[in-house]
Design a protein around this ligand. Structure first.
Ligand code: ZN
Length: 422
């Protein structure tokens, strides 16, 4: 009973609107920006969900309504994951799609939003869900009614008929029932689907530019949309102020997507020099999602995947990490994303060590999940740094992550939009 009351009161205080009450947060070591690095002890003043002031040193100069003592810890900006699927868990059977109502995705999403923010990820980009599940989760966390990160949501992905984002592996009459309504053929229909997505409330347009590993479609991992279709999608989205993120594995699909003006390539597994050259020239960001392939690796050869999926999964796992090394060498922007949902939600921080193993420095890895991810979202004046005026999205960890990147795998204390995560 006592536990229940404690939990209930914690949830209530999270639900309270970001208040005018001020909070002073005393930290042992502040990393305001990945590029700046550690600046030593500091006190952060938070009011109305925003950072109001920052003082150097351990002595608190502020008359705050409450004080949080994190003087043994390092404070970093709230982490950003540009690729998650909150409404599902790994190992879910694809046939569940024909059994579970969409509302089940919200139940899973509430659980997973909590796990994600407790892991230090205060902003996520939801990279594909049913029509409304991610949108209601977005509202739930924004209003503080559920515990979770800021959510930038795509809703259902645009796909070619029979492509990675379409329903496949069922009888035709079942497919007709399960269709999301976001497949398209030809530039006109694809432009229409972008507008439909925008009308429904999407913050970003997600497309599946090539085949995908975990869908039941057996058409490989190369280009799916034509260049004309992708051009129509990006022009339409950009005119509506929306960015486009493209799931893409095969090199020619990556190259065509980037050339068409897509803003970020998700996975980018088989990116070769020609594809990366176009990405560099067009300023396309790479979101490598290395954790996804770790999740797939752990499930290979165990009879978990259908034969269609097993073939594609083997190819992708063999290439894992190479795209990061090549992209870094060629100066392509690398932004942090994991594909959580393909592996356990809340383990998102495991991506940092994988990025460092693939050749990034700890500073570059932290920047990819803060300043660079914020810029990829177009939110560089709101999140990704600890600075006056920014959203109070803060994460405390035990060590300086630039000395030990794996400290980012366990957040000790998290604040999102000025609310302390219980
Ligand atoms: Zn994904």
């Amino acid at each position: 009973m006592l536990n229940y009351l404690l939990l209930a009161s914690a949830a209530l205080s999270f639900a309270a609107p970001a208040s005018a009450a001020t909070q002073a947060i005393i930290v042992g070591n502040l990393i305001p920006d990945a590029a700046t690095g550690p600046t030593g002890p500091a006190v952060i003043l938070v009011e109305d969900g925003r950072i109001k002031d920052i003082a150097k040193g351990i002595n608190n100069p502020f008359q705050a309504d409450s004080v949080v003592d994190l003087s043994t810890m390092t404070l970093v900006p709230g982490l950003i994951d540009l690729h998650v699927h909150l409404t599902g868990d790994p190992g879910d059977d694809y046939r569940d799609e024909a059994v579970n109502p969409d509302e089940w995705g919200v139940v899973m999403g509430v659980k997973n939003a909590g796990l994600t923010v407790k892991a230090g990820f205060t902003t996520v980009r939801e990279a594909g869900s049913a029509q409304n599940t991610a949108f209601v989760l977005r509202r739930g966390t924004a209003e503080g009614r559920i515990i979770g990160p800021r959510i930038i949501a795509a809703g259902p992905a645009l796909s070619i008929v029979g492509g990675h984002g379409d329903v496949s592996g069922f009888r035709n009459d079942v497919i007709a029932t399960l269709e999301t309504g976001y497949t398209c053929t030809g530039p006109i229909e694809c432009a229409e689907k972008v507008r439909k997505s925008s009308r429904a409330g999407a913050d970003v347009i997600k497309i599946t530019a090539t085949g995908g590993v975990l869908s039941q479609q057996g058409r490989g991992l190369e280009a799916h949309f034509t260049s004309d279709e992708m051009l129509a999608i990006t022009n339409t989205a950009h005119s509506l102020g929306l960015k486009v993120m493209a799931h893409a594995h095969g090199a020619r699909g990556i190259e065509a997507a980037s050339a068409a003006g897509i803003d970020s390539i998700e996975h980018g597994t088989f990116a070769d020099e020609a594809a990366l050259k176009v990405m560099k020239a067009k300023g396309t960001a790479l979101v490598p999602t290395l954790m996804a392939l770790e999740g797939v690796r752990a499930r290979l050869g165990k009879g978990i995947y259908t034969p269609t999926v097993e073939v594609k999964a083997k190819q992708a796992v063999e290439a894992a990490g190479r795209q990061v090394r090549r992209a870094k060498a060629m100066g392509v922007t690398i932004a942090f994303g994991t594909d959580a949902g393909v592996f356990e939600h809340g383990s998102n921080g495991g991506e940092f060590a994988l990025l460092v193993n693939a050749g990034m420095t700890p500073t570059e890895a932290l920047a990819s999940a803060t300043t660079i991810a914020a810029k990829t979202l177009g939110l560089e004046n709101e999140i990704g740094r600890i600075a006056v005026g920014y959203s109070a999205d803060l994460v405390a960890v035990n060590e300086n992550p630039l000395n030990n990147i794996r400290t980012l795998e366990k957040a000790e204390w998290v604040m999102v939009r000025g609310r302390i995560v219980p």
